[in-house]
Design a protein around this ligand. Sequence first.
Ligand SMILES: CC/C=C\C/C=C\C/C=C\CC/C=C/CC(=O)SCCNC(=O)CCNC(=O)[C@H](O)C(C)(C)COP(=O)(O)OP(=O)(O)OC[C@H]1O[C@@H](n2cnc3c(N)ncnc32)[C@H](O)[C@@H]1OP(=O)(O)O
Length: 291
Amino acid sequence: MMFQQSSRSLLDASKKSSSFRWTSSVGRTFSSRSPQDWVTTEETDDPSIAILKMNRAPANTLSLEMCTEISKAIKELESNKKTQAVILTSSLPTIFSAGLDLTELHNPDKDRLPAFWGAFQQLYFDLYGSRLATIGAINGHAPAAGCMLALSCDYRIMSKGNIGLNESKLGICAPPWLGQQFIDTIGLRKAELALNMGTLFDTKAALDIGLIDEIVGEDDVMDVAKTRASQWVAIPAPARVACKELTRGRQLNELKENRKQDVDHFCSFVNQEAMQRNLGFYFEQLAKRKK
Ligand SMILES: CC/C=C\C/C=C\C/C=C\CC/C=C/CC(=O)SCCNC(=O)CCNC(=O)[C@H](O)C(C)(C)COP(=O)(O)OP(=O)(O)OC[C@H]1O[C@@H](n2cnc3c(N)ncnc32)[C@H](O)[C@@H]1OP(=O)(O)O
């Protein structure tokens, strides 16, 4: 059954949906460490609470392999019946996640592109639909898909950095399911303004708009995250999982039913000349900003 308290996620789409093939890395990654090191899980002194850390320097960007590694880690945690909550955080000093790895989108490999988007969809299913209580310990910047990671958590605390969906600044639009997640969180009018302007919010503005739940001091992030996780775990798991189904089930099912169309839509969107030009321009700006 889909929503019983088990080691399965809320919407266990991974096994049912094998419409894309995984392709091997084409050496476009930043970090010299292997994908297995990009995500680590740790126990806490409470056996029901685990920590999932993203360690992909320099920016925890989501490549195909990074999405797959995070999904794999969530599944592994879910397979342990004792685990009831996970804290998602970053081991980098100032960045939670800089969103999608833009090298996947710019001059893309045509076979890899659909697999990449499939892996990103899968990550959304696995995190947004996890049976675990998920606490986002956002300890740095979280633009675009970095914001998606945060929005997919049940509770969000943030210590520093900016958060939001800035895709319009890249000349693109967030995919409908991510846009909907944003609207569901902060409301239509606020989302309309923020999506169009590509607004990134600092912690105070993010709290004001309802994008995060709490601002915490940099040194307190993990302590507060564990306290919040304990509070979520104290709710009987069947009730917690049923509440998640109530609030997230419709959205998850909608994408599940439209997965293939969503991949096709994304690929044709990204392959447009104008889109490629905008991305190239954005990359140049990123590099210049650094200089
Ligand atoms: C109805 C709808 C219709 C159609 C829609 C259909 C489909 C949708 C189509 C497309 C949707 C695509 C969705 C996209 C979502 C995304 O996530 S796009 C990615 C957006 N991310 C960003 O814009 C963040 C860019 N990065 C930054 O702003 C800064 O890096 C950041 C503030 C995060 C940190 O700043 P700082 O600490 O100064 O670090 P650096 O800027 O120096 O960055 C370190 C190195 O990392 C590189 N880098 C950073 N971000 C990315 C990235 N996202 N991808 C690739 N590379 C990145 C940066 O260049 C530095 O590299 P270097 O050290 O110079 O080699």
